[in-house]
Design a protein around this ligand. Structure first.
Ligand code: SF4
Length: 84
């Protein structure tokens, strides 16, 4: 979280960890929730739309998780969900 510019500005920001976890469930075929349900969780400035995509999280992730890909995927899905 220390590498995250948004987390330093927004106390309630879900951060890369939160977005990575949501994406994991979004991609899980056993999870019955739809994009509107996930939009309720992260479709805000404290969620995926608050992310500045500077990718400090991606650069410093000790597990080298593909956070760049996860955040981009989630943002695309939530944008679509928000527009419908
Ligand atoms: S891309 Fe930047 S703002 Fe977004 S979660 Fe990662 S470090 Fe935070």
């Amino acid at each position: 979280m220390a590498a995250c510019g948004t987390a330093r500005m927004r106390e309630d920001f879900v951060g890369a960890v939160g977005m990575n976890k949501i994406t994991r469930f979004r991609l899980d075929p056993r999870d019955q929730r739809n994009d509107q349900d996930f939009y309720e969780l992260v479709g805000s400035d404290d969620g995926v739309f608050g992310c500045m995509t500077l990718l400090g999280c991606h650069d410093v992730c000790p597990k080298q998780l593909p956070l760049q890909t996860q955040i981009a995927f989630l943002r695309r899905k939530m944008l679509k969900a928000g527009l419908t």
